[in-house]
Design a protein around this ligand. Structure first.
Ligand code: MTE
Length: 438
C-alpha cells in the first residue's frame, strides 16, 4: 500500500481540449505524411507510406476466382492462419522443469487497441488450470458477517451486473530485467499484462447482503485450484471497486483466467485477483499467507521486506518498435501502453536519445481509470543509432521512474517484484531493436 519515494514532480502540463487535440493530431499527421513523401522520393500517396505506382491495375488474386470457405453450422471463430505467431508464450528466461506453477505472456507487440483478446491474456497459476463445472461451483461468504451466504453460479448470474475496463498486471512483470538485459522481446519483458472489459458484480453488494460486523477489516479470498491460492485484501478496497467477475471481453472467463468465477481487484497486483474463487471470509486482521510473506514482498535497502505493496504504480512501455524487431529508415509511429493502478494517465513523454530530451506523445482516448492507455509519437528515423523510451505520468502527479531512481528506494536483489522502471530499447544503424535496460 506504500509508495516508493522517488520524485513526484514532473513536467508541468496543461490538458488539451478535445478540439485542440484534434487540430494537433491532424497537423501531426500532415507533417508525418509530408516527411514520408520526401523519403519515398516525392510520391505522396494516400497513406504516405505506400509504394508509388504508375497507375497499372493490381493483378486479380486467385481468391477472387474461387469460392471461399462456407459458413460452418456452429463454430467459435479463430484468428487467420496467417497470424500464427500471435500467441502467448511461456518465458524462455526461466525454463521451468514443470508447467503447473508457471506463466505465459501476452504478445503486447502485436496488440491493436487497448483490449487484450481472451486467448492472449497472460496466464499465471501455481498448480495448473482446474476444470470447474459451473453447475456445481459455489461461493461462500462467512466469518465476521451477520448472515453467512452461499451462492451458486445461477444465483450470481441473476444479480445486476457491471462491465468495467481495467488493466491486469502480475507484480512479477519485468522481474528478469532490472539490472541485465535477460529478455529479448516486449512480450518477455512486459507480457504479464493485459487489458480487458471485466463483467461481474461489485463485491460491496454481496458484502452488504451478508452484513459485515463491526470490527471486520480484512477479507480472505480462496481459490478452488490445487494451490488453494489465498490472499488477504483490506475491506476498504473491497468496498471501493473490487468485482466478483465471471466475464471478460464479452464472454465467460476462459478456464485459465478463473472460469467460472474470480475476484478482480482493479489496479492491484494480479496475485490478489484470486481465480476459481470459492470462499470469502471476513476478519479483523490479515492472515499473512505464503503469498504475502515468502513471496510477493519487496526487499528494501535496510534489509527489511515490505509486505502488502498491492498497488501497481504508474508505468509505460514502447511496444512498437520493440526488442527483436527490425526498423526501416524513415517515418515510424512509436506506439505503446501506459497505465497506473493509482488512477488515469495524464501524459506520456517519449525520448529518442536515451532520456536526454523528452517530447510529449499523443495520448489516445478513451483514457480510463486503471486501464491501459495508448500513446503514439510520430518520428522520422534517420538511420543513426538511437535509444527510445517512454515515461508516463498519472492523475496523482507521479512520474514513472528509471531503474536508477527505483534503486534509491528499493533493494534490487533476487526475485524483485513491482518493476515499473522506464524501459529503453536501442536501435542500431542496421535497424535492429534490442533491450537496453542495462
Ligand atoms: N488464483 C488462483 N486460484 N491460483 C493462482 O495460482 N495466480 C495469481 C492470480 N490468481 C493464481 C490466482 C497470480 S500470481 C496472477 S498474476 C493472476 O492470478 C493471473 O491472472 P490471469 O492468469 O488471469 O492472467
Amino acid at each position: 500500500m506504500t509508495s516508493d519515494t522517488h520524485p513526484r514532480s514532473g513536467p508541468k502540463r496543461t490538458p488539451l481540449t478535445g478540439e485542440e487535440d484534434a487540430q494537433l493530431e491532424s497537423r501531426d499527421r500532415r507533417t508525418f505524411f509530408r516527411r514520408s513523401a520526401v523519403v519515398a522520393g516525392g510520391a505522396l500517396t494516400a497513406g504516405g507510406l505506400a509504394t508509388a505506382t504508375r497507375g497499372a491495375p493490381l493483378a486479380v488474386p486467385p481468391t477472387e476466382h474461387e469460392m471461399g470457405r462456407p459458413i460452418e453450422a456452429t463454430a467459435y471463430g479463430m484468428p487467420s492462419k496467417f497470424e500464427k505467431n500471435v500467441v502467448r508464450r511461456r518465458s524462455d528466461v526461466f525454463v521451468n522443469r514443470q508447467n503447473w506453477s508457471d506463466w505465459s505472456m501476452t504478445p503486447l507487440q502485436y496488440q491493436l487497441g487497448v483490449t487484450t483478446p481472451n486467448g492472449l491474456i497472460f496466464e499465471r497459476h501455481h498448480a495448473g488450470t482446474p476444470d470447474i463445472d459451473p453447475a456445481t461451483h459455489k461461493l461462500v461468504i462467512h466469518g465476521m458477517v451477520r448472515q453467512p451466504l452461499v451462492f451458486t453460479m445461477d444465483d450470481l448470474m441473476r444479480y445486476p451486473a457491471v462491465s468495467r475496463f481495467h488493466f491486469h498486471e502480475c507484480s512479477g512483470n519485468g522481474l528478469t530485467d532490472w539490472l541485465k538485459n535477460a529478455s529479448t522481446t516486449v512480450q518477455q519483458t512486459h507480457g504479464l499484462l493485459s487489458g480487458a472489459q471485466w463483467t461481474g458484480i461489485p463485491l460491496s453488494w454481496l458484502l452488504e447482503e451478508a452484513g459485515v460486523q463491526p470490527g471486520g477489516k480484512w477479507l480472505l479470498f480462496e481459490g478452488a485450484d490445487g494451490s488453494s491460492h489465498t490472499r488477504s485484501v483490506p475491506l476498504d478496497k473491497a468496498l471501493d471497486d473490487v468485482l466478483i467477475v465471471y466475464g471478460a471481453n464479452g464472454e465467460m472467463l476462459r478456464p485459465e483466467n478463473g472460469y467460472p468465477l474470480r475476484a478482480f481487484v482493479p489496479g492491484w497486483e494480479g496475485n490478489v485477483s484470486v481465480k476459481w474463487l470459492r470462499r470469502i471470509k471476513v476478519a479483523d486482521e490479515p492472515w499473512h499467507f505464503r503469498s504475502e510473506t515468502a513471496r510477493y514482498t519487496d526487499p528494501m535497502p535496510e534489509g527489511k521486506w515490505r509486505k502488502f505493496s498491492f498497488t501497481m504504480e504508474c508505468k509505460s512501455v514502447i511496444t512498437r518498435p520493440s526488442g527483436g524487431m527490425k526498423l526501416a529508415r524513415g517515418p515510424v509511429e512509436i506506439q505503446g501502453f501506459a497505465w497506473s493502478g493509482n488512477g488515469h494517465i495524464t501524459a506520456v513523454d517519449v525520448s529518442v536519445d536515451g532520456g536526454r530530451n523528452w517530447h510529449e506523445a499523443q495520448v489516445e482516448g478513451p483514457v480510463l481509470d486503471k486501464m491501459l492507455t495508448r500513446f503514439r509519437f510520430k518520428w522520422n528515423w534517420d538511420g543513426s543509432p538511437a535509444t527510445i523510451q517512454s515515461r508516463a505520468m498519472d492523475s496523482t502527479g507521479y512520474v514513472q521512474p528509471t531503474v536508477a531512481e527505483l534503486q534509491k528506494a528499493r533493494a534490487i536483489v533476487g526475485f524483485v517484484q513491482h518493476h515499473n522502471g522506464i524501459q529503453p530499447w536501442s536501435i542500431s544503424s542496421a535497424g535492429e531493436v534490442k533491450n537496453a535496460i542495462a
